[in-house]
Design a protein around this ligand. Sequence first.
Ligand code: ZN
Length: 252
Amino acid sequence: MSGQVFSCQAIVLDQRNYGEADLIVSLFSRQFGRIQTIAKSARKSKRRFVNKLEIFTLLDVFLRPPRRGLALLEEAELVNSFVHIRQNIALYAAASLLREFLLITTHEGDADPELFALTLWALARFDQGADCRVVTAQFLSRFYEHIGYRPELEHCRQCGQTMTTGPSWLFNTARGGIICPLCASDHGGQPIQPGTAKFLVSCRAAPLPRLHRLKIAEAPLVEALNILWRYGNAVLGREIVSWRLFTQLTAH
Ligand SMILES: [Zn+2]
């Protein structure tokens, strides 16, 4: 006998064909973290899951835990398909970048309602037509802190000096933070202006409902994304493969 059907809200992170007619669907759920599910006959009976199991879709899912193996995806109710993300290749590339971070860092049975809320926030902002580069910078500055890799953006990692206005501060990915002009000769890094650091700090401090209000000009945004990209590669210990396409498709 399998267990009782249970329901939860979840975002479709991945899906792939299995056997002749089934789909394996990877969900990121609010209550249970990642869940690998199997949708039996999903490719045969189109009516049952029609257009619901697309990547990035938000669903209410009804799952049956099996004695072993994958949970059975019994039913899915569409909550939001974020249709504009699908219609705009730049938005899709930005959402795919966030998805890559989630695929690497979320795990089965690891509930993370805060990360779930942040992800939903970003998908909704993309869908509403917000600048997807700004949303990505806002998402990632909170994301790194959330997974335990909060970069130091207020004081020199070497000597502790508070960041002041003026040039020649660097961001050093290996040290996980900023380096002042005096210590810069011993440490390489990417140039970072005080305004860029301040924006990134504000993004992680703001309550989620107010995050969209934080603005950034073009030059510091480019600087911020460059730092977030290099830092992400270092934190995850691998190259973030969707970043290249994201940059190409969202370049201004
Ligand atoms: Zn210093």
